[in-house]
Design a protein around this ligand. Structure first.
Ligand code: PEP
Ligand code: MG
Length: 569
């Protein structure tokens, strides 16, 4: 039976439940709304414009592009955080001189404005696709801007998300970043997509807006607009035409849970009092202040490279020291774990990453950039030491992408020489396999589950098609986490988790059960994780961890853990 047979109200066998990857907890009940149909692009072959019409056609093109940019910029100024950034980046692309130049060149040759827009956009799509990494991530923005300009030129109306009259659940294949960023949470109360992973733009923005969200959900295409659905962002399910009374009970339970979150103020501990600090992942001083406000107990991952994306030159020691000191001061007297530059792969830095690598995810990234330029690491450690001196703190400093024991030993020596506390990230299976040997040299480990899943399952963490493989509930990934935590237990040294896995409240219980000693996640996820831990005993976490390890796939692991935890509630 296909999913479309089941969405008909005539089906007697109870509601259909679709399953995907949960990314933002919470429950939403309402009718389905779908993005408006895609923009019709002009046929490839168009009659040539007469020469005397070309100047006017260029004026039309500029007016359409400028209108699109102005609308997006207005939404950007009404938004905050990541949403504002995404909307203003897309607005900037609609005003991009290179895009305009490419389109106008074609209009000068007699191509009508709509076709010229399509051809110019394709030129950029091809270029960004060839460059790969972060540049390739801009392709959806280029296509989105193309569609908006063509819609304007051809009178098709603004593409994207309609504004529903009643609070609704948005179902889509995938969303352009600007569409997600422009969502009004009063009207769109939940979001599910057929594609996308836990680190996709859709997921990041939904997390910021606090919108219950599930991605990578198969069968979604068959659920029609207007049908009532219950979206469960904790379980990762979508119930089509749910029983109304049961659905209302579930919504009420979620509301009570949200109240508990609002009252969270840390420190995090299990119901029986086992302390597990919940720290925040931040990138700069303002981010650290937001994390303090969110009751994070410290910083578990300061992603230093994010402050320097787009820089052509290495920042000076002084500039770096000033930036790091802001973070240390925001968390004065508390733990801050700074990560040295993780340049390369999806985060290339012009001054650190080799150009033209055939396979950047397996190339010179993370600690490996110091092979080409040891001074880069030395100067960054000098800056950290200087910031520590100024703020009288002793930060922990860790290296990303460590694969071998000699790498860890050399890094530890350089860090200790500056009076700082050395650690390494476990992001490569070889590091998990040799965790105990690494701990002979460093004082702590921090597991980066985003990369550890990519390298364990051999699946690109940015690929929407492979999101099921990079799901942090994959039992093989959890087995490596268990091995690493066990190494920490044997040596008496801390082992934290700082990848997206730590932002999932249910998975956090499993990680604690595996022996993880601290968790670090986005500031917006801190209360959810801390409040969840307060509802379970350490022993329940241990049994939940055993149950998860015994499964063969993420959905089965989630279900098994829910069962263990519900039995002890
Ligand atoms: C990780 O890989 O899990 C991690 C925390 O590092 P990043 O996401 O910055 O690569
Ligand atoms: Mg990583």
């Amino acid at each position: 039976m296909s999913a479309s047979d089941l969405v008909s109200p005539a089906v007697p066998s109870g509601p259909l439940v679709l399953v995907g990857t949960p990314v933002v907890p919470g429950v939403a009940l309402g009718p389905v709304v779908r993005p408006s149909a895609g923009v019709r692009l002009p046929e490839a072959e168009q009659p040539e414009l007469p020469e005397e019409a070309r100047a006017a056609e260029k004026v039309l093109f500029r007016a359409a592009a400028e209108l699109v940019a102005a609308r997006l910029a207005a939404r950007a100024s009404a938004a905050t955080g990541v949403s504002a950034e995404v909307l203003s980046t897309t607005a900037g692309m609609a005003r991009d001189r290179a895009l305009w130049g490419a389109a106008e060149q074609r209009i000068d040759l007699g191509v009508p404005a709509a076709s010229a827009t399509v051809q110019a956009a394709q030129q950029f799509v091809d270029m960004f696709t060839t460059l790969g990494g972060l540049m390739a991530e801009r392709v959806p923005d280029v296509r989105d801007v193309r569609d908006r300009i063509v819609a304007e030129l051809t009178g098709q109306g603004e593409p994207g998300i309609p504004s529903p009259e009643v609070p609704s659940v948005l179902l889509a294949d995938d969303l352009a970043p600007a569409d997600t960023a422009g969502l009004d949470p009063a009207r769109v109360i939940g979001l599910a997509t057929r594609l996308g992973g836990t680190t996709s733009h859709t997921a990041i923005i939904a997390r910021q807006l606090g919108l219950p969200c599930v991605v990578a959900m198969e069968g979604l295409e068959d659920v029609r607009a207007g049908v009532p659905v219950l979206l469960d962002g904790d379980a990762g399910t979508l119930t089509v035409t749910p029983d109304p009374a049961e659905a209302r009970l579930r919504v009420e339970a979620a509301r009570v849970a949200a109240e508990v979150l609002a009252g969270y103020s840390g420190p995090a501990r299990t119901r029986d009092g086992h302390a597990v600090p919940v720290l925040a992942n931040v990138q700069d001083g303002p981010g650290a202040l937001a994390a303090v406000a969110a009751h994070a107990e410290g910083v578990g991952l300061l992603r230093t490279e994010l402050a320097f994306l787009g820089r052509a030159q290495e920042p000076t020691v002084e500039e770096q020291a000033a930036g790091y000191a802001e973070v240390f001061e925001a968390f004065a007297g508390r733990k801050v774990v700074l990560r040295t530059l993780d340049a390369g792969s999806d985060k290339p830095l012009a001054f650190a990453t080799p150009p033209d690598e055939a396979n950047p995810a397996l190339g010179v990234r993370g600690l490996r950039i110091a092979r080409r330029d040891p001074g880069l690491l030395e100067r960054q450690l000098d800056a950290v030491a200087e910031a520590a001196r100024r703020s009288s703190e002793t930060p922990w400093v860790m290296a990303p992408m460590v694969a071998t024991v000699p790498e860890a030993a050399a890094f530890a020596a350089a860090v200790r020489a500056r009076g700082l506390v050395p650690g390494v990230m476990v992001e490569v299976p070889s590091a998990a396999l040799h965790a105990e040997r690494l701990l002979e040299h460093v004082d702590f480990l921090s597991i980066g589950t985003n990369d550890l899943s990519q390298y364990t399952l051999a699946a690109d963490r940015l690929s929407a098609d492979l999101a099921d493989l990079t799901d942090p509930w994959q039992p093989a990934l959890l087995t490596l986490v268990a091995m690493t935590a066990e190494a920490g237990r044997r040596t008496g040294k801390p082992v934290g988790v700082c990848g997206e896995a730590a932002a999932d409240p249910l998975l956090a219980c499993v990680l604690v059960g595996l022996g993880i000693t601290s968790l670090s996640c986005a500031a917006s996820a801190v209360a959810g994780v801390g409040a969840r831990l307060a509802t379970v005993d350490l022993d329940t976490c241990r049994r939940a961890a055993e149950a998860a390890l015994a499964q063969d796939d993420p959905a089965a692991a989630r279900a098994a853990v829910r069962e263990v935890i519900a039995a002890d509630a």
